[in-house]
Design a protein around this ligand. Structure first.
Ligand code: 1DF
Ligand code: MN
Length: 351
């Protein structure tokens, strides 16, 4: 597969990549300081202890590429035929940090830095706001600034915050702000929190290979089963990595959820206004980051509908232009290909 990939829409669609990562030096410095001091959780120690210090070719490449919001990234997008990138501060954002004032400063300076890059490349780069869920009220203010002053198109939360999840009452202002300001919420993985990680690091499985999806699908399922979308019917949640597997499992979730509710097994789980399928088809969007196979994408479309499945590359962690060639060759109708690569992202993120 060597056909040259071009931007510009010759195939009948622009290609928009929706889970693209950047970092700031002060973010990485702060995380690495925690790791060195032995104050980071195990997932962060494993992730950034590796990406932040390993001299391997992969980690050197990724560090350099994360820190660039200019020519290297544009060149990589051009070479893979990616017209537009939706960018977010790389996982775990500032969510591993303990000093909340420091974390908020790092997040808001990362937002300023990203906004400047988007202004310089207005047809290529589109930002999502970084927040600091450790301080929900501040996060609401930053979300408003991100949307109204910086021109951002969504918010990325890197899953749990010190083992806490967005369905918990303390985070309600964040969910309400997303719903009221019509800001898509992208829940991106990070490593499982210490109480969940168990033997995953020893097994080499806590990261993007597996633990990310386990923890993030758990997070999303908590939102679905505790009625967050009955509380905020307009809230729109985006998930990467094939919706973190949820569509594959949905029938089981639905059956067992209903069985548990009918028998009043768990005090927290109450009847919902709709079946779980309804929320997947009305409140959740999937990207195919990390999953370039047509079979996965077709399953997502079957379960969620063709209007909610979007393309993502996960640059620089999984920069494989051949995946674009594989996806270009999917046997889907032209209008579905355009929705997948272009128009669904335009609709969700208002590009
Ligand atoms: C990795 C993968 C790291 C993804 C990421 O952020 C990330 C990785 C730190 O390969 O370790 O966003 N990913 O989304 O697949
Ligand atoms: Mn990612």
């Amino acid at each position: 597969m060597t056909e040259e990939l071009k931007t510009g829409g010759q195939k009948g669609y622009l290609r928009i990549a929706t889970e693209e990562a950047f970092a700031t030096q002060e973010q990485l410095d702060a995380i690495l300081r925690l790791v060195k001091e032995g104050r980071a959780d195990k997932g962060t120690v494993s992730l950034w202890g590796f990406y932040g210090t390993s001299p391997s070719e992969r980690t050197t490449y990724i560090r350099e590429r994360l820190l660039d919001l200019g020519p290297l990234r544009i060149e990589a997008m051009d070479a893979a035929g990616i017209d537009k990138a939706v960018l977010a501060l790389t996982s775990p954002g500032v969510q591993s940090l303990h000093d909340i004032e420091e974390a908020k400063g790092i997040a808001s300076r990362a937002n300023d830095h990203l906004a400047a890059a988007c202004e310089k490349h207005p047809d290529r780069f589109f930002g999502m706001t970084a927040i600091c869920p450790q301080d929900p009220e501040w996060s609401v203010t930053e979300l408003k600034r991100g949307k109204e002053e910086l021109g951002f198109h969504g918010v990325q939360v890197n899953s749990h915050t010190h083992g806490h999840y967005l369905d918990e009452e303390r985070f309600d202002p964040i969910l309400r702000a997303c719903a009221e300001m019509d800001i898509p919420l992208y829940i991106h993985p990070q490593g499982p929190p210490d109480p969940m990680i168990g033997g995953m690091v020893e097994a080499g499985l806590e990261g993007a290979i597996f633990g990310f999806a386990v923890e993030t699908s758990y997070h999303a399922l908590r939102l679905l089963t505790t009625g967050v979308f009955d509380r905020y019917p307009s809230l729109q949640l985006a998930l990467g990595h094939g919706c973190e597997g949820l569509p594959f499992w949905i029938d089981r979730f639905d059956y067992m959820f209903n069985a548990g509710v009918r028998s009043k097994r768990y005090p927290r789980l109450k009847p919902l206004e709709h079946g779980l399928h309804h929320y997947l088809r009305n409140n959740v969007w999937a990207t195919n980051s990390g999953l370039p196979s047509p079979a996965s994408i077709k399953l997502l479309i079957d379960v969620m509908g063709e209007d909610r499945v979007m393309h993502a590359m996960d640059y620089p962690y999984q920069y494989v232009p051949d995946e674009v060639r594989l996806l270009d060759a999917m046997d889907l109708p032209a209008e579905v290909m355009k929705k997948f690569y272009q128009s669904n992202a335009e609709r969700l993120f208002k590009l």
